[in-house]
Write a protein that binds this ligand. Structure first.
Ligand code: ZN
Length: 169
């Protein structure tokens, strides 16, 4: 297994909606293994394929308590009930901001073999499903922060030594 470099804020692959997964073969299984390895090494609780430069609608997650897996071609259904809590991102390293999310999420998609799957999560797992699905749609969690949090986040990103975008916001 290979630890892959994680793409950082400013990399266009993070802003490009990913392509559907259509081929479920040994290459895909190898990619999933490498994504798990990369996520655990970081460490993080979720990782989307475009965070390692592969523009496919695919993510892996492990939020603990045995709640781990892989989802290809995810579609989300969200509760109206909300949660607000700290959220961070391996592609926006070292920062965390309060992000409003649905409390409960159901994700439908396919597993690594292409078989249909449906998963339901609450709290951190629901947050993770939403965060990773945003990634493969080309969004980052800082895009939809409440106003003051967003201001603080963009300032911190501007000042971060890893920031590559000359102007943010
Ligand atoms: Zn992220």
């Amino acid at each position: 297994m290979t630890i892959m470099p994680i793409r950082i804020w400013g990399d266009p692959v993070l802003r490009t909606p990913c392509d559907p997964v259509t081929t479920f073969d040994s290459d895909l299984r190898r990619l999933v293994d490498d994504m798990f390895e990369t996520m655990y090494d970081a460490p993080g609780v979720g990782l989307a394929a475009n965070q390692v430069g592969v523009s496919l609608r695919l993510f892996v997650y492990d939020v603990g308590d045995g709640l781990k897996g892989v989802v290809a071609n995810p579609e989300l259904e969200l509760s109206e009930e909300e949660q607000v809590g700290d959220e961070g991102c391996l592609s926006v390293p070292g920062l965390a901001y309060n992000r409003r999310r649905a409390m409960h999420a159901t994700v439908t998609g396919q597993d690594v073999n292409g078989e249909p799957l449906t998963l339901t999560g609450s709290g951190l797992l629901a947050r993770c499903f939403q965060h990773e699905t945003d990634h493969i749609n080309g969004e980052l969690y800082v895009d939809k922060l409440d106003r003051d949090e967003r201001k603080a986040a963009l300032k911190a990103i501007r000042e971060a030594d890893w920031a590559r975008e000359p102007s943010v916001g």
